[in-house]
Design a protein around this ligand. Structure first.
Ligand code: ZN
Length: 171
């Protein structure tokens, strides 16, 4: 399922004292910014998606909400498997849902997670998911929101999370 986002203003820098700070190295300004309301909506959708997590083996539930450039949101949860390796992360679930519906341009993803669904810290994406993000996203502008709640979150660029990542431009 995807939902349309209500988005009247763009390019407003999000900067919160308690998290929600866009980090850039070398004093560069971020290429892309998100409205605070947009971040909150993405976090809300990620928290809702976490409720659908299928994680009977680890008990670690993760939810994600991916924002496309045309302002649609695709959600995902982690889906485990008795054979373990077919397990899919929440972030990749959201990406694959979006790409399978023709979306290939993305702005941001919010990620929440915790043991038994209780959020007790930030839940950074695994290396495999970071690599999938590299396939579709500009690492300098795509934003990754790690949230504990709608009020408490950090925003990173993909480049912050996967420096010198290998992507389509390397081929
Ligand atoms: Zn992952």
């Amino acid at each position: 399922m995807n939902t349309e986002i209500n988005h009247s203003e763009t390019n407003q820098l999000v900067c919160r004292e308690q998290g929600g700070l866009i980090r850039k190295k070398n004093g560069e300004k971020p290429v892309q910014t998100l409205k605070d309301d947009t971040c909150k909506q993405l976090i809300r959708e990620a928290l809702h998606s976490l409720l659908y997590s299928y994680s009977p083996y680890s008990g670690f539930k993760v939810g994600a909400a991916l924002l496309t450039k045309d302002l649609k949101i695709y959600t995902g949860c982690n889906i485990e498997n008795a054979a373990y390796s077919p397990t899919n992360c929440a972030e990749r679930t959201a990406f694959f849902k979006a790409v399978s519906e023709g979306k290939k341009e993305f702005q941001a993803i919010a990620i929440v997670g915790g043991k038994d669904g209780k959020i007790s810290g930030y839940c950074p994406p695994c290396g495999v998911c970071r690599q999938v993000m590299m396939e579709f996203c500009n690492p300098k502008s795509f934003l990754v929101i790690l949230a504990e709640s709608e009020e408490d979150y950090w925003i990173y660029t993909l480049e912050d999370l996967i420096p010198m990542g290998f992507g389509p431009g390397n081929l």
